[in-house]
Design a protein around this ligand. Structure first.
Ligand SMILES: Nc1ncnc2c1ncn2[C@@H]1O[C@H](COP(=O)(O)OP(=O)(O)OP(=O)(O)O)[C@@H](O)[C@H]1O
Ligand SMILES: [Mg+2]
Length: 139
């Protein structure tokens, strides 16, 4: 087997028009603990990217930062840039609810709201005010 330099950084970059989402020098701290230490990464449009790493290495922390779910953790602090189509999602004027329509997460385990399963399943339609069967038929 040829010698492999594990210390060498292998960063693949794509032309700007092929990038859906990217992070630049992203750091995430929980209090004094720095869990994410300056990640530069690009996610290519229309492709699936896998993040692999040992338990506790920061995969979930990194993913949570992409649509600002770390905002809800009091001790979490995020620095650096997260760019979605060139827009920094951490800009204060960003409406996080609108942004999350573009950058969502499918969780490992289903986490229903404290409502009936029926109301969970029909939640999105209700939010969109498609309450009646008639309006659903128009789709
Ligand atoms: N809410 C939190 N408060 C404080 N520390 C946290 C919090 N969430 C994660 N951490 C710490 O941040 C580090 C990274 O954790 P994270 O859950 O992101 O790892 P992971 O790669 O997703 O692990 P796993 O493979 O087990 O899911 C760990 O040291 C963890 O203890
Ligand atoms: Mg995890």
């Amino acid at each position: 087997m040829s010698k492999y330099n594990w210390d060498e950084k292998h960063i693949i970059t794509f032309p700007e028009e092929k990038v859906a989402l990217s992070t630049k020098d992203l750091h995430v701290y929980y209090g004094k603990n720095e869990s994410i230490k300056g990640i530069d990464m690009q996610f290519e449009k229309n492709k699936i990217t896998a993040l692999i790493g040992p338990s506790g290495s920061g995969k979930s922390t990194y993913l949570r930062s992409l649509n600002r779910m770390n905002d809800t953790i009091d001790i979490a602090k995020v620095t650096g840039q997260i760019l979605y189509r060139g827009i920094d999602v951490n800009r204060p004027e960003i409406n996080v609810y609108e942004m999350r329509k573009h950058i969502g997460m499918v969780f490992q385990r289903p986490n229903p709201f404290a409502k009936s399963i029926y109301r969970n399943i029909t939640f999105a339609q209700n939010v969109q005010e498609l309450r009646t069967r008639k309006s659903l038929m128009k789709l």
